[in-house]
Design a protein around this ligand. Structure first.
Ligand code: ZN
Ligand code: ZN
Ligand code: ZN
Length: 138
């Protein structure tokens, strides 16, 4: 995933388009995530914005996640990390070696998931798909 500043401005533009103010707190948190080489834990995000209180960082991360501009990623070992999101609904390929997270989309997979839920009489609210393994660089 690119951590360039263009991705950051793209994310900020998206927030503004959807009518959300870019507060200094939101920018600080987004910047910390965008500048990182790999996905960060919430503690690591908090450490990188020392001037923002931890509770505020937690709230901001949750909000940005709800807005779809960052992703909450569950690692195979159960750890939770955050990365910028570069597309709308997608799934993740997570490398157990280097920790990189790559997005992929699959309309066929999404359709199968919806059909399974429907067949089970299950009212689907959301789904995530995380694939674990070793990326092509590792
Ligand atoms: Zn994602
Ligand atoms: Zn890797
Ligand atoms: Zn999906």
């Amino acid at each position: 995933m690119s951590s360039s500043s263009s991705l950051l401005s793209q994310t900020e533009a998206l927030l503004e388009t959807e009518g959300h103010r870019i507060t200094a707190t939101r920018r600080g948190v987004l910047k910390a995530i965008a500048a990182a080489d790999s996905p960060l834990t919430i503690e690591e995000i908090s450490d990188r914005v020392p001037d923002i209180g931890r509770a505020t960082v937690f709230r901001t991360v949750k909000l940005l996640q709800e807005l779809g501009v960052i992703c909450r990623v569950t690692l195979e070992n159960g750890g939770i990390r955050y990365v910028l999101s570069t597309s709308s609904h997608h799934h993740h390929l997570i490398c157990n070696e280097c920790g990189s997270v790559t997005e992929f989309s699959s309309p066929q997979l999404d359709q199968a998931i919806h059909e399974e839920a429907e067949a089970a009489g299950f009212e689907l609210s959301n789904h995530t798909v995380e694939l674990y393994g070793k990326c092509k660089h590792c």
